[in-house]
Design a protein around this ligand. Structure first.
Ligand SMILES: O=C(O)CCC(=O)C(=O)O
Ligand SMILES: [Fe+2]
Length: 371
């Protein structure tokens, strides 16, 4: 087989390799730099991935292109580099948070106050209707808190100093999300700026950074760490180093791993985008299992940014697009139900905590497994 130098660049260094013999999903690799340059072929690929699977890789390696006046440019090189270095730093910060004693971490579990921000302990989420406990911890940081748009939530001392880096990461992810929203807005034929105007950085929303932390499971007792779900919000930007994330593609014979790639984020669309587009855009089911192969004995951590519609936005098919009007005709009663983004996210997030109402935590996944 010819040796492909480019493929080597995609491997994550310093970790046991992701095994070659497990089934993976061939997500499209979409270049952020090309999207920023307005490359229409790349925008076509974004549209295809958003409608067919709702999952894609976002390639953050700088792309050298030729600008219209003939000079070589590396669009996005600097900003991609800044984002990737924030991600590295935030992985370290996340680790230090989970290393705190449980007695300290539980002080930041705000479930009883009706909030999903802060800490969720190991086994304090449920993964199915039987009440099976999850096998990971979360720490959720609110965008509004970090941008000083809301009162600060109590937080561990070691999350105080990094507030500027968390803020910078949130702004970078929000900028990426806004670009994606802008491009999808155009393809959906919506009036200019409709989608971005429902996701303004400084408006009150459920946007959050999440660290997911899962220590290795005993080798003879490996179960799902994070139960199958679709994301509740609009666009999720995810950074992974170890495998474990799995997607159930439409019409497939089973779960497929998403192989983490160096300098790439995994981006997926959530249920809000399905509702806004009357089902044209897709939010696909996914889950997390113990990392595969030789990676299985390591602690897995991921860093996620969830962009959600502003709290008071009603989740319903948007007006002003012929394409969406047409798609709306085939929606069932339940799917046309209207609910605010805030209520939807609370219902779904807290329904997955122990003692919550799991039956109320469902999103658009029932229909999405079939098609
Ligand atoms: O950890 C991962 O790779 C995915 C996490 C995830 O799907 C979530 O937190 O919604
Ligand atoms: Fe998810």
């Amino acid at each position: 087989m010819p040796h492909n130098i480019e493929d080597d660049d995609l491997e994550i260094n310093d970790l046991p390799p992701f095994p070659a013999d497990v089934a993976t999903v061939p997500l499209l690799r979409i270049s952020l730099s090309k999207l920023l340059m307005g490359d229409q072929t790349e925008v076509d690929r974004l549209w295809k991935a958003s409608c067919e699977l709702g999952f894609f890789y976002l390639d953050l390696t700088p792309h050298s292109g030729t600008s219209t006046n003939g000079t070589r440019t590396a669009v996005g090189a600097e900003s991609n580099g800044a984002l990737l270095s924030n991600v590295d730093e935030l992985f370290k910060i996340g680790e230090s948070v989970f290393e705190l004693p449980v007695s300290e971490k539980v002080k930041y579990d705000f479930k009883s106050k009706g909030s999903y921000f802060g800490y969720k302990g190991y086994g304090d989420g449920i993964i199915d209707s039987k009440g099976t406990k999850d096998r990971n911890e979360f720490y959720n940081v609110s965008k509004d808190d970090i941008l000083d748009l809301s009162d600060p939530l109590p937080a561990p001392e070691l999350l105080e100093r990094p507030r500027p880096i968390i803020k910078s990461y949130m702004q970078q992810c929000h900028t990426i999300v806004t670009l994606i929203l802008h491009l999808l807005n155009e393809r959906l034929g919506l009036p200019s700026n409709t989608l971005p105007s429902l996701h303004r950085l400084r408006a009150i929303s459920g946007d959050q950074l999440r660290w997911v932390y899962a220590p290795p499971q005993p080798f003879d007792d490996r179960k799902t760490a994070l139960g199958e779900h679709t994301d509740f919000g609009s666009v999720t930007v995810l950074f992974n180093r170890l495998g474990g994330l799995q997607v159930l593609p439409p019409n497939s014979d089973g779960w497929k791993y998403v192989k983490p790639l160096r300098n790439h984020a995994v981006v997926n669309l959530g249920d809000a985008m399905v509702k806004f587009s009357a089902g044209i855009l897709r939010s696909n089911i996914h889950r997390v299992v113990n990392p595969p192969g030789d990676q299985g004995d390591l602690t897995r951590m991921s860093l996620v940014y969830f962009a959600r519609p502003e709290d008071d936005v009603t989740l319903k098919a948007l007006e002003g697009s012929e394409m969406i009007d047409e798609a709306k005709k085939s929606l069932g009663q339940e799917e046309s139900q209207e609910i605010s983004a805030k209520d939807w996210i609370l219902k779904r997030a807290l329904g997955r905590r122990t003692g919550g109402k799991f039956s109320e935590s469902h999103g658009t996944e029932a229909r999405r497994t079939e098609s």
